[in-house]
Write a protein that binds this ligand. Structure first.
Ligand code: SF4
Length: 312
């Protein structure tokens, strides 16, 4: 599978089957906390990066093996709205399955009416706004120079007002960058303009692209959620348990770590294994030099060997 991955247990989406319309790593930003490593192609011009027929064929195959997913989610190797195939791909997924469709986006291209039109076809759109001041935006998101954070907030608000589905706003808080009172007040104002159905407050939970990008402690995260209003909640760890994959476990693990760093707990949840069973398979992959382990905070994450050295 080149374009369809998972299902992965998601904190917000339950069991989610991912679709990647990009190749690594194309994005409009180069966020310091990005779990995919540094952006290699930072751009704002949209394009076509994959063969859509191939994507939909893969989806049919994967859904035949894994029919009980909660969402089909466009995410993957960067910013999905950079793909000109996004709208047709959402339509294509609707033909294949009744499963709800979500799009994870950094919101940066929602200033483009064509992008908003494509996103209108989804059920849930999850844009992220981490900073509203240009200074914090540049520090945390390291955006393409053509992007303006205030214009992005306005565009997301325009979209939300017209959209029949739900917008869930996400914000990632990084210690010492956007966790101060002023930036949080700006975020609260932006959340008020956007008026989403939910607000998810997150922090640096996986190894970041840039070493030294630090998570905010639990207490402060809850204070920030409170400042963002009654809709805001701190995103909890995955709760999806006991799901048994039909596909070969080793390949599923390799596929998972190729997308993002994962813990033994993530792997156990995704495979429906006990921690001991997951640890045993991961141990054999470490021995076979197919994975390596990196520490972030108190947790150990597993990444492909090729990722070594990125983000430092
Ligand atoms: S976190 Fe999202 S928006 Fe930021 S660089 Fe990574 S893929 Fe792009």
């Amino acid at each position: 599978m080149k374009h369809v991955f998972g299902p992965v247990p998601s904190r917000r989406l339950g069991l989610s089957l991912g679709i990647d319309l990009l190749t690594p790593k194309i994005c409009t930003m180069d966020c310091t906390y990005c779990e995919l490593g540094p952006t290699t192609d930072r751009r704002i011009e949209r394009g076509r990066f994959v063969n859509l027929d191939e994507v939909l064929d893969e989806l049919r195959t994967r859904l035949a093996e894994e029919p009980d997913v909660d969402f089909v989610t466009f995410s993957g190797s960067g910013e999905p709205t950079l793909s000109l195939d996004l709208g047709p791909a959402i339509d294509g997924v609707r033909v294949v399955t009744d499963t709800r469709i979500a799009v994870l986006t950094n919101g940066s291209l929602m200033t483009d009416p064509d992008v908003r039109k494509a996103l209108m076809r989804a059920d849930v759109v999850i844009p992220s706004v981490d900073a509203v001041s240009m200074q914090a935006f540049q520090r945390i998101n390291r955006p393409h120079p053509g992007l303006d954070p205030e214009a992005i907030v306005e565009a997301i608000a325009t979209f939300t007002a017209e959209f029949d589905g739900e917008v869930w706003l996400e914000t990632v808080i990084v210690r010492g960058v956007n966790d101060d009172l002023q930036e949080v007040s700006r975020l609260a104002h932006a959340a008020g303009l956007i008026s989403p159905a939910r607000i998810h407050v997150n922090t640096v939970v996986r190894p970041p692209a840039v070493a030294g990008t630090e998570a905010v402690g639990d207490g402060r995260l809850h204070e920030i959620a409170e400042a963002l209003g009654s809709l805001a909640e701190v995103v909890a760890p995955p709760s999806v348990q006991s799901h048994q994959f039909a596909a070969d476990s080793v390949e599923v693990i390799i596929d998972m770590v190729a997308r993002r760093p994962v813990t033994i707990g993530d792997i156990a949840s995704a495979l429906g294994f006990s921690l001991a069973e997951a640890a045993k398979i991961v141990g054999s992959l470490l021995d076979g030099k197919r994975l390596e382990v990196v520490r972030h905070g108190d947790l150990l994450y597993y990444v492909p060997i090729a990722r070594k050295g990125e983000g430092s």
